[in-house]
Design a protein around this ligand. Structure first.
Ligand SMILES: [Zn+2]
Length: 69
């Protein structure tokens, strides 16, 4: 379920809202429809992407068997 973060362009209120399809979003504070979607919660979750490991092959340090650790 997409949770979006909004900021009211009229009063500056920031709020989050679950959005299904094209639901109209209004500011909970001043009821203004002039809100801007700032970012998605899902966009900032996860942190750094996992780096592809080179451990599958027989290269040094791959399996930890080369003694350099
Ligand atoms: Zn507002």
């Amino acid at each position: 379920m997409p949770i979006y973060e909004y900021r009211c362009s009229r009063c500056g209120q920031e709020f989050q809202k679950l959005v299904y399809g094209q639901t109209a979003v209004a500011c909970p504070s001043c009821q203004s429809p002039e809100v801007r979607r700032t970012l998605s919660i899902f966009g900032i979750r996860g942190g750094s992407a996992p780096v592809a490991s080179e451990g599958a092959g027989g290269t040094c340090c791959g399996a930890g068997g080369c003694g350099c650790h």
